[in-house]
Design a protein around this ligand. Structure first.
Ligand SMILES: *Cc1c(COP(=O)(O)O)cnc(C)c1O
Length: 495
């Protein structure tokens, strides 16, 4: 069955998967969504016998239906290989009452690697399929993890270039170091004086600048996005939900067909949306528990049906979730609006204009697959500490948001359904906060001393990704105002 894509803000046109991957965002500002949801073609029991790459193929072939088997397997095999430090790619660990699906075994030790190690292959294959001759320039706003994962994925990939914008002061020291030490002839990293939403808004503005686009096309460039709005990122993420479920079946932890819950630390709503799509293609999912930090705009939305970004932006210890505009939520809004693109557009315009919108009661009812929750900073640190004390397992701050939210959910509802906490980063990526949780604040110690200390007390090996940057040279030091982002892109292309 062929699956085509249309915009959440205009139902009238449809694109193939490869066209949607190249374009990233629709011209009308909307996001591409599949016109219909296919179903898994093989049984859960058959999937349970497959490895990660094979499961990923079974999922992606449904959505990337204009790719040949050879093309898709080429992309998958090059993405999920020895870059990951474990054969399983996405292992599960049982810690007390939940399984932790560890998505941080890739090159940059955060879950963004799951999608960004395949996106460059999907993108260059898509370009070839559509006879695109221009060089593809990836523009990305990052709250910390996307940036490095995208840089690592696209560095020195023929026919591409990449510019990453991050909020200066709004990411962890390790995250920043990972980015500013990135090598590659085709990469640029820029800090902006603003927060993540400013960076994302700035990138969106460049994307919708028609004049600039025409000017660049003449010079042989075309923009695309590596942000989680690209279906080339969203769809590969469905695979690990399918994989996790089938592992539990394989190990006899759940019966084939028995529903499970997923608790997902959420920012831009991309990860959890992939879980929702997994449910739509046939994975038995009961609840998707959407875990926010103190920037709890999604919690409030699921409680009240009002999405309101007019509030203070809080810098937390889980910076990759410090987001007030969760872009991928638009795809859920489209879905619960009964695929009414006019209604979706109206609500999104209201978000742009007034910073808020309200969905109807009927739409809110259709969100029943989701439960919202949030964790305070205090809860996050306490959770890391108590779990380490009792079990020796160390989780990062983002994972701890989800773990805390699940704890509250289980206590409140008594729901005994098997739960998977989606674990999105290695504790070594956010060591300062993790060590604060474990041993109290250590203001005068540098990040690498803390890393060594964490290694000493936890015995968890220090990942390569961390050792690599310990003594690496700083290669990028540009900082610009949020109004200057377009100028920086120009400079990069003229170089
Ligand atoms: C990006 C990120 C998240 C949030 O994922 P979304 O898809 O934006 O909801 C959570 N944790 C970590 C470590 C991340 O890098």
């Amino acid at each position: 069955m062929e699956v085509k894509y249309r915009s959440t803000r205009d139902n009238s046109k449809s694109l193939t998967a490869s066209q949607a991957i190249i374009q990233g965002l629709s011209e009308d500002g909307g996001l591409f969504v599949p016109e219909n949801f296919p179903k898994l073609e093989v049984s859960i029991d058959a999937l349970a016998k497959m490895d990660y790459r094979e499961v990923a193929y079974e999922v992606m072939k449904l959505f990337f239906s204009d790719f040949t088997e050879e093309e898709l397997k080429y992309c998958i095999d090059h993405a999920y290989d020895s870059k990951f430090d474990t054969e399983e790619i996405a292992p599960l660990s049982l810690v007390e009452d939940s399984y932790y699906l560890e998505l941080f075994h890739g090159k940059t030790i955060a879950f963004k690697d799951m999608a960004l190690s395949i996106l460059p292959y999907l993108m260059t294959t898509s370009a070839k399929k559509n006879n695109v001759k221009e060089k593809i320039i990836i523009l990305t706003a990052t709250s910390g993890d996307t940036g490095k994962a995208a840089l690592a994925g696209f560095a020195d990939v023929e026919g591409t270039g990449i510019v990453v914008f991050y909020p200066k002061g709004g990411v962890s020291k390790i995250q920043e170091r990972q980015m500013v030490t990135q090598k590659g002839k085709n990469v640029k990293v820029v800090g902006i004086t603003g927060n993540f939403d400013d960076a994302q808004t700035g990138v969106k503005k460049i994307f919708s600048d028609k004049e600039f686009e025409a000017e660049l096309l003449k010079k042989g460039y075309r923009f695309s996005s590596a942000n989680s709005i690209n279906i080339g990122r969203l769809i590969p993420q469905i695979a690990y939900y399918v994989f996790a479920y089938t592992r539990l079946v394989k190990e006899g932890k759940v019966a084939s067909g028995e529903p499970i819950n997923f608790t997902v630390p959420t920012g831009n709503f991309g990860n959890i949306l992939a879980g929702f799509y997994a449910k739509k293609i046939g994975v038995p999912v009961n609840k998707l528990i959407c875990a926010s930090n103190e920037n709890k705009v999604l919690f409030d939305f699921f409680e009240t049906g009002v999405y309101d970004r007019n509030r203070e932006f809080i810098l937390t210890t889980s910076p990759s979730m410090d987001i007030l505009i969760s872009s991928n939520l638009e795809r859920l809004i489209y879905e619960i609006a009964g695929c009414d693109s006019n209604l979706c557009k109206e609500l999104m315009n209201s978000l742009t204009g007034n910073g808020r919108y309200e969905v109807t009661d009927k739409m809110k009812e259709k969100c029943s697959d989701f439960v919202g929750g949030y964790a305070t900073e205090e809860m996050v640190l306490e959770r890391i500490h108590e779990i380490f004390d009792r079990t020796g397992y160390v989780m990062d701050t983002h994972t701890a948001v989800a773990s805390s939210v699940y704890k509250m959910y289980a206590e409140k509802t008594g729901d005994k359904t098997t739960n998977v906490v989606v674990s999105t980063a290695s504790p070594y990526k956010f060591t300062r906060s993790v060590m604060e949780a474990l041993e109290g604040k250590a203001e005068d110690e540098d990040d690498f001393a803390l890393i060594d200390r964490l290694n000493e007390i936890s015995k968890i090996p220090i990942p390569n990704a961390v050792e690599e940057i310990r003594n690496a040279e700083i290669l990028h030091d540009t900082v610009c105002d949020k109004e200057q982002m377009k100028e920086e892109v120009k400079k990069f292309l003229e170089k």
